[in-house]
Structures are given as structure tokens and as C-alpha cells.
Design a protein around this ligand. Structure first.
Ligand code: PMP
Length: 329
């Protein structure tokens, strides 16, 4: 779907996957106005295809557009584009039952040709899809993380709470550093004090204090510089449904390390659309490393994972009406 200031959104088309033609002066190539979303479609046991909270992705896409001085795509167009894409690609939606899904990637970028630095007047919105298996090839095995003190992903007043391409570009060097340290993922800290935990590469973080019915969940509060994850929001709800106390607040690296060492923090996990829920087993930083609960996935992590994946695959009651049917059986 194309956008111009004069005409608004127009010319929605479905076309075969292939290269794009772009003007070498297209403003996205120079000034980076590019935002995206990520969501999944699942085939349920009756053959119907549904997606998890696509309206939340549509709303976040509008919020990202506002932050990047781009036009907002109306929710109906966002949702209809996903429905049509899945209709065309339905053969690619994996059979029900397993870990597999169809990953959907809506995105928008500035197509206007121009070298002046200002918001573009012309954009294109597109969506593509790809079948997806488990995000981490080792399955639900805990991942190791690297605390990035040298680089920050986002700063107050910046673009960290938008799903903006540049945030990911800014993260690549630290991600490479994490890999050099033998870690799977980067954990980002706040830009000012480099002390408070923000989020992981493509996931939000949860800390479990205590165990059994006494378990309390803590997740970093939305600071303006971390992405408001839809999985994060859903897990806050599911955890409180399950009777756990939940808190959104600041959590420092000292509190994390001390809590892991004293056993007060019993589990840590990361969550996002791609990886769903992944336990964090060990943490490395410039001055050392520590493990969480012997590096094994914890009970609360696995129980929340079962509930969330059950809702997504249609095997658990969807009490919050989060699944949106895209295609009938
Ligand atoms: N943080 C970042 C930086 C991400 O890219 C993602 C993935 N969209 C998340 C958190 C998790 O968000 P969601 O649960 O909406 O996938």
C-alpha cells in the first residue's frame, strides 16, 4: 500500500514476492525512516488460522510511525493486509500441534526521492511472511547473556520504544560483542547510569523472586527506551491470572547478581513473539559471570510458557480473547 501526502493511503495490491525498484535518493536509504512489526499466525486443530493479538501490533505500528514522523496506517488496513497475506500464503502455515508458525513481518519505509533532511512525503507499507520454527535451535534450553556496559540501545527521548529499524542497526555491534564473549544475546542497560536492566536483543525480561505460590514476578518498567512487548504485556496478565504478584519497576544489575547469588531470584526469562519464552541461564559482564538457579529452566517459566503457547495454538481456553481468526477452517 502506498502513501502520499496528497492522496493518503492508496493502491493496495497483492503481488508475487520479488525485488523492489527504488530511487537511489529514496529517503529511507539516507535518513532511515523505516519501522516494522512481527507477529505470528498459527493453524489450529480444526484447520482454521489465527493470529495472536494483531490489533496490539497494529496499535504499536501506529505509535512507531508517530515517533518516526511517518503517517499512521489505519488498523483496518494493517489487519486486512495480514489477512490477505495469510490467505495467499496459507499453504505455508505449518500444521497444528508443533512449535511452528508463520512469522509475519509488516513494515513501512520512506520512498520519496530527496536529499533534504525532513519527514518524507511518500511511503510504502508492505508485509511479507516466512514459516518459522523454534527461534533458538537448542529449544527451551537456557540462553547465556552479555551485559552491555559499553554500548546502549536507546536513550531517554530517543526511539527505543518504537519498533524502528535503526534501533536494531545500533544493536548489532554489541550483539557481535556478545557472540565474541560466547553469549547468545545482549542485555541492554539504561543509557544514563548503565545500571538498570532494560531488555534483551529482541525480547523483554522477567525476574522471578521466590518460588511456589510465593513467587513474585518483576519486569523492568516501560522507561520510554525499551520496546513495550506484546508478549510482556500478555505475560503480566497471565502471571496475575495464575495468582502471582507482578511488579513493573526498575531492577539493577547489582540486584540481579545479588539475587541470583543468594537464591532470592529463582528464575529469569526473556519473552517475545519470535522466541516466545526463553529461560536465561547465565550472565556475563566485564567483571565476571554468574548463573541463575543452576542454569536450568524454572517452574514458573515453563508454566507460563505452556499457558501462552497453549492459547496461541488453540489448545488452552483463550479467556482474554487474544486470538484473532484470520481464516476459517
Ligand atoms: N524488545 C525488542 C527490542 C524486540 O525487538 C521485541 C520483538 N518485537 C521485543 C522486545 C518483544 O516484543 P513482542 O513481545 O511484541 O514480540
Amino acid at each position: 500500500i502506498d502513501y502520499t501526502v496528497e492522496r493518503g493511503w492508496h493502491d493496495a495490491t497483492v503481488s508475487a514476492y520479488g525485488p523492489l525498484t527504488m530511487d537511489p535518493a529514496a529517503m529511507v536509504l539516507h535518513y532511515g525512516q523505516s519501522i516494522f512489526e512481527g507477529l505470528k499466525a498459527y493453524r489450529h486443530g480444526d484447520g482454521s488460522i489465527a493470529s495472536f493479538r494483531p490489533a496490539a501490533n497494529a496499535a504499536r505500528f501506529r505509535a512507531s510511525a508517530r515517533r518516526l514522523a511517518m503517517p499512521e496506517l489505519p488498523d483496518e488496513l494493517f489487519l486486512e493486509s495480514i489477512r490477505q497475506l495469510v490467505d495467499v500464503d496459507k499453504a505455508w502455515v505449518p500444521a497444528s500441534g508443533g512449535e511452528d508458525s508463520l512469522y509475519i513481518r509488516p513494515f513501512m519505509f520512506a520512498t520519496e526521492a530527496g536529499l533534504g533532511v525532513r519527514p518524507a512525503k511518500q511511503y510504502r507499507y508492505m508485509t511479507i511472511a516466512s514459516p518459522a520454527g523454534a527461534y533458538f535451535p537448542r529449544g527451551v534450553k537456557p540462553v547465556s547473556v552479555w551485559l552491555s556496559h559499553e554500548y546502549v540501545r536507546a536513550a531517554p527521548g530517543g526511539t527505543g520504544d518504537a519498533k524502528f529499524a535503526g534501533n536494531y542497526a545500533a544493536s548489532l555491534l554489541a550483539q557481535a560483542q556478545a557472540a565474541e564473549q560466547g553469549c547468545d544475546q545482549v542485555v541492554w542497560l539504561d543509557a544514563i547510569e548503565r545500571r538498570f536492566v532494560e531488555e534483551m536483543g529482541g525480547m523483554n525480561l522477567f525476574f522471578v523472586f521466590g518460588s511456589g505460590s510465593e513467587a513474585r514476578l518483576v519486569t523492568p518498567a516501560l522507561s520510554g527506551s525499551l520496546l513495550p512487548g506484546i508478549t510482556r504485556d500478555s505475560l503480566l496478565q497471565l502471571a496475575s491470572d495464575a495468582g502471582f504478584a507482578v511488579e513493573e519497576r526498575k531492577i539493577s544489575t547489582e540486584e540481579w547478581q545479588k539475587g541470583a547469588e543468594t537464591g532470592e531470584i529463582t528464575e529469569v526469562f526473556a519473552c517475545g513473539t519470535a522466541a516466545v519464552i526463553t529461560p536465561v541461564g547465565s550472565v556475563k559482564h566485564a567483571d565476571g559471570e554468574f548463573v541463575i538457579a543452576g542454569g536450568e529452566p524454572g517452574e514458573v517459566t515453563m508454566a507460563l510458557r505452556d499457558t501462552l503457547t497453549g492459547i496461541q495454538r488453540g489448545t488452552f481456553a483463550d479467556t482474554h480473547e487474544w486470538m484473532t481468526r484470520l481464516l476459517p477452517a
